[in-house]
Design a binder for this molecule. Structure first.
Ligand code: ATR
Length: 275
């Protein structure tokens, strides 16, 4: 039962009313048996630092951060973890023992963990990343930290591709879409195909046996994943990344990983079925 000792955690973003985070986190907290509750706050653009001040004033247990606040919060916290510092982006705020607020970025690590959970380790693999926005950058950073052998970044805007590839250091480079064919793992991080039926690359470039990932999870089985399956590729949808990045947030706040199966079941119960 919610009482005076209950800790409150929340996601801040704008818009936020369609966020799955409360469903995921409350299932995670229940699985851990902790007296925590999780909600969502619609915070207007430019008010992220004020939300961090509110976290200090109200003693919130933890914050999740989504669009459009990830960069602003990187400036509002006291300390950044290595991924958040490299990305200049924060998706998680936690307390340090001395009262400092720490900014973390669990998106990329969540991506790598979701692939591992699906049976696809990334160490030593060649990865083609389509897109170089916030999600793509976090994935490139995490792939390099997890020991990928090579990363090719393919993006419409070349300057953004170069900036993103720098996050991967010597193993990352900017390439053309033909790089899709040689990769062990191909990841769509662009917004192309989110409900518009378009594809992020010609599926004729894909091949049997490749691992093809779309970080979109509404719908779960995107037209691109369908096309990839049709050529015999192994597909991974974006729901796992969402769940794993949330689980890593709870590990940061509480020191233990929640039950991934309970969080997954809660997500399935709350997402509409694919059309
Ligand atoms: P997110 O934070 O979800 O990653 P984002 O930062 O807006 O979102 O990034 C969107 C990505 O989708 C970018 O790589 C963008 O390419 P540009 O850097 O060229 O803008 C890509 N993208 C969006 N619309 C696209 C389109 N119509 N064709 C190709 N790429 C597109």
């Amino acid at each position: 039962m919610i009482g005076a000792a209950t800790r409150v955690a929340a996601v801040i973003g704008h818009p936020i009313q369609h966020s799955l985070s409360p469903v995921l986190h409350n299932a995670g907290f229940a699985s851990l048996g902790v007296d925590w509750v999780y909600t969502a706050f619609d915070v207007a653009p430019g008010q992220g630092a004020a939300a961090v001040a509110a976290m200090r004033t109200l003693g919130l247990g933890g914050l999740s951060v989504t669009m459009p606040h990830k960069q602003e919060i990187a400036r509002a916290v006291d300390v950044l973890d290595p991924a958040a510092r490299a990305l200049d982006s924060v998706n998680t705020v936690s307390w340090r023992d001395d009262g400092a607020l720490v900014g973390h970025s669990t998106d990329g690590a969540g991506f790598v963990a979701s692939l591992a959970a699906a049976g696809h380790g990334v160490t030593g693999t060649t990865v083609c990343v389509l897109g170089a926005g916030g999600a793509g950058r976090s994935i490139i950073d995490a792939l390099a930290r997890a020991g990928a052998a090579a990363i090719t970044v393919v993006n419409r805007t070349e300057a953004a591709a170069h900036a993103a590839a720098q996050l991967g250091g010597s193993i990352a480079s900017v390439g053309a879409v033909a790089a899709v064919t040689d990769a062990d793992i191909v990841v769509n991080t662009t917004s192309v195909g989110m409900g518009d039926g378009r594809l992020p690359c010609d599926p004729g470039l894909l091949r049997a046996g490749q691992v093809v990932v779309d970080i979109v999870y509404r719908p779960r089985f995107t037209p691109w994943l369908r096309a990839a399956q049709a050529v015999g590729a192994v597909t991974v949808d974006g729901l796992g990344m969402l769940i794993h990045q949330a689980a890593l947030q709870e590990q940061i706040w509480l020191g233990r990983l929640p039950d991934l199966a309970a969080m997954t079941a809660a997500a399935h119960a709350s997402l509409p079925p694919d059309p």
